[in-house]
Write a new protein. Structure first.
Length: 379
C-alpha cells in the first residue's frame, strides 16, 4: 500500500513522509478518523514507507520484498490486531485475530484498505447484534509477539485496528506496553471513536488526525466511477460528507433504499413531535430500536443532515442546500420549525444519541429519550 494508492489526503501524506525522513517516529501513534477517510490505509502506507529499502520521491518503491509483504499484510514484522468474534462461541473461549487474518487480508485487498467496521463484522457473519472485540488474551499475544527480535525490518510494528473495542483488562495490558516499549517497536492504533479509549492511552500516543476528504477529491472520484453528470457528481460529493465509502454507496445506488427509509423515519418523528402524539412517539422509538446498530447510526447521520439542510432553507440560503425530490419537498414545508432557537440543541440530541448507540447503550431507552427530547423542541 503506497501513499500514491490512497485517494486524497495530500497534506497529511506529506506530513507523515517528512516525519519519517527527519527521523521523527513516535513509538505510539493514534490515527483517528472514519473508515471512509482512509485512516487504516494511511497507517499501512506509513509502515510500508518506514520499512521500504528504496523509498524515493516521497513514497515507498512498492517493489522491494518489504513493500510487497506489507502491502499484502504478510510481513513477519507487521503484527495485526482487530476486533473478532464468532457465532456460537462457548463461554470462556478466546477468539483471536490470527484465526481470521486471511479473511482480513482478503477484505483489505478487495477494498484497498477502505472498509467500515460493519463491513468487517458482515464478513465474520456476526448477525445484527453480535459485535467484535479485542480480548485480554489478545493483549497477551501482543506482548508475546513483540518480545521477539525483528526478522527483517528495522522496526517491529503492532497495528491495532479499532482499539476502542478492547475490554478494560485488555486496555490496561496495552497501556503497560505503551508505558515501557521495547526498542524499535512501533504501535499504530487506528480508531474511529478515540473518546472511548482510556485517557491514559490517549496521553501516551501521538494523534494523527485523518480529516474528511475534500469535496473536490470526491467529485473527481464520482466522475471516475461513471457518474457522467457533473452536477450530480458535485451533489454526491457534498452528500458523502468527506467519506469515500458513502460516495461509493451513492454512486452505486446502494444508499437509495436506506436513505428513503431514514427519510420516512425522520418525517414520522417530526410530524408526531409537532402534533404532540407522545404515545405514538414511544412506538416510533421501539421501531427504530429494532433496527441494527449500523442502521440506527445511519438514521442519526441522515437526521442531522436533514436538520441542517432545513435550517439552511429557513435561513434563505437555498444555493448551498443539496436536497432534491421528496426530501426537498418535505424540508421546504418543515423548515419554518427549524431556526436559530433550536438547531443547535436538536443536532446536540442527535450527536448524543449517536454516542450512546456507539457505546452499546440500550436502543429502546436511547431512542425513547431522543424522540421525547426532539418533540419538546419541535412542538
Amino acid at each position: 500500500m503506497r501513499f500514491a494508492d490512497i485517494i486524497g489526503q495530500d497534506d497529511l501524506k506529506r506530513h507523515l513522509v517528512q516525519g519519517i525522513d527527519a527521523g521523527r517516529v513516535s513509538h505510539a501513534q493514534l490515527f483517528t478518523g472514519r473508515a471512509g477517510y482512509g485512516a487504516l490505509a494511511l497507517a499501512v502506507a506509513y509502515v510500508q514507507y518506514l520499512c521500504c529499502r528504496h523509498r524515493h520521491d516521497g513514497d515507498s518503491c512498492g517493489e522491494c520484498p518489504d513493500c510487497r509483504q506489507i502491502a499484502s499484510l504478510a510481513h513477519p514484522d507487521l503484527h495485526l490486531v482487530f476486533p473478532v468474534n464468532r457465532q456460537g462461541k462457548k463461554s470462556g473461549e478466546a477468539v483471536r485475530s490470527d484465526e481470521f487474518l486471511p479473511l482480513f487480508r482478503e477484505l483489505f485487498a478487495r477494498t484497498g484498505g477502505c472498509f467500515s467496521p460493519q463491513m468487517w463484522y458482515d464478513s465474520l457473519d456476526l448477525g445484527k447484534t453480535l459485535k467484535g472485540l479485542i480480548s485480554a488474551r489478545e493483549a497477551d499475544d501482543i506482548i508475546r509477539k513483540l518480545s521477539f527480535k525483528s526478522f527483517e525490518a528495522e522496526y517491529k510494528t503492532m497495528l491495532v485496528w479499532l482499539p476502542e473495542t478492547m475490554n478494560e483488562e485488555a486496555a490496561n495490558k496495552l497501556l503497560k506496553i505503551l508505558e515501557e516499549p521495547w526498542e524499535r517497536t512501533l504501535f499504530l492504533l487506528v480508531s474511529e471513536q478515540p473518546t472511548l479509549l482510556l485517557p491514559t492511552i490517549l496521553s501516551r500516543t501521538q494523534e494523527v488526525t485523518v480529516p474528511r476528504l475534500t469535496p473536490e477529491v470526491l467529485e473527481g472520484e464520482a466522475l471516475r466511477r461513471g457518474v457522467d453528470d457533473p452536477l450530480r457528481a458535485r451533489d454526491m460529493a457534498r452528500l458523502a460528507d468527506g467519506d469515500l465509502l458513502e460516495l461509493q454507496r451513492l454512486a452505486a445506488g446502494e444508499s437509495d433504499a436506506l436513505r428513503h427509509d431514514n427519510f420516512e423515519l425522520f418525517c414520522s418523528l417530526m410530524r408526531l413531535s409537532y402534533n404532540d402524539r407522545h404515545l405514538e412517539l414511544l412506538g416510533w422509538a421501539e421501531d427504530v430500536a429494532a433496527l441494527s446498530r449500523e442502521q440506527q447510526r445511519a438514521f442519526l447521520r441522515d437526521a442531522a443532515r436533514l436538520l441542517r439542510e432545513s435550517f439552511m432553507l429557513h435561513a434563505g440560503i437555498d444555493s448551498i442546500s443539496y436536497l432534491w425530490g421528496e426530501e426537498l419537498d418535505f424540508c421546504r414545508k418543515f423548515c419554518p420549525f427549524v431556526g436559530s432557537w433550536n438547531i443547535e440543541p436538536l443536532v446536540a440530541e442527535v450527536e448524543s444519541a449517536m454516542a450512546q448507540i456507539s457505546q452499546n447503550g440500550n436502543p429502546t431507552i436511547v431512542f425513547t429519550h431522543f424522540a421525547l427530547a426532539v418533540s419538546k423542541m419541535i412542538g
